[in-house]
Design a protein around this ligand. Structure first.
Ligand SMILES: NC(=O)c1ccc[n+]([C@@H]2O[C@H](COP(=O)([O-])OP(=O)(O)OC[C@H]3O[C@@H](n4cnc5c(N)ncnc54)[C@H](OP(=O)(O)O)[C@@H]3O)[C@@H](O)[C@H]2O)c1
Length: 194
């Protein structure tokens, strides 16, 4: 069974961005040894154009070979004219409004999102599935998430877009690893308690 991992940047108070979802205020902390760690451990989570810019475009995928994102998250790239933001991965975008994919590398999941995710998880293979977000799709897929990698940035938003746009639901996870950095960034990895 392949793992579905929600790999996400969030504020200290658990928001993935401002009320519109913009998390760019967190980028300034992803520097120095934080940048080094993320680029070494999770090179495939950088968009393809970023990999090209930082010279890691030929680094093989280490943890994931597939990405799933909601149309809200995909829109961030589309608005920049980028139709395949993660061309080094198999890309799936959940959307009921996008009837045709803007790119041959991007497959639209129009209905039965959970069934499609279960199908992907059941495939053979050593690499897992990167759930990119955003909030709404993470909320809908909460029951399918096997692992959380939370990049916690030392900033409080007060309000914003929550990590999970779901109803109240208690779901327990077990801490597997913590990496703390001098600039206050903490990356925590959790497994779902089954
Ligand atoms: N901090 C971080 O690390 C991080 C990571 C990723 C994203 N983000 C931010 O998150 C924001 C987007 O989050 P969001 O919650 O607004 O949107 P989202 O979860 O990315 O996408 C929501 C959209 O996904 C589609 N969808 C949802 N459930 C579906 C289902 N069951 N079947 C088919 N399609 C489904 C719908 O698209 P249609 O309306 O087309 O039907 C829905 O509008 C962005 O601003 C982005 O910057 C932050």
């Amino acid at each position: 069974m392949r793992k579905l991992t929600y790999f996400i940047a969030c504020s200290l108070d658990g928001f993935i961005g401002d009320p519109e979802g913009d998390g760019s205020s967190m980028y300034r902390f992803a520097v120095g040894d934080v940048f080094e760690y993320l680029t070494t451990e999770y090179p495939e989570t950088n968009p393809t154009h970023v990999r090209r810019a930082i010279g890691t475009d030929d680094v093989p995928n280490g943890k994931f070979d597939t990405i799933i994102q909601g149309r809200g998250s995909y829109d961030v790239a589309l608005k920049e004219g980028i139709t395949s933001p993660y061309a080094h991965l198999r890309e799936y975008v959940a959307s009921r409004s996008l009837k045709e994919s803007p790119d041959p590398n991007v497959e639209i999941i129009g209905d039965d999102l959970v069934a499609k995710v279960r199908e992907l998880k059941a495939e053979d293979g050593d690499l897992g599935i990167y759930l990119c977000g955003g909030s709404q799709i993470a909320g809908e897929l909460l029951d399918e998430i096997d692992e959380l990698v939370i990049k916690s940035y030392p900033i409080v938003f007060g309000t914003g877009m929550p990590m999970f746009g779901s109803d109240f639901a208690l779901t327990e996870f077990t801490l597997d690893e913590v990496r703390a950095f001098d600039n206050g960034v903490v990356v925590r990895t959790y497994s779902r308690k089954r």
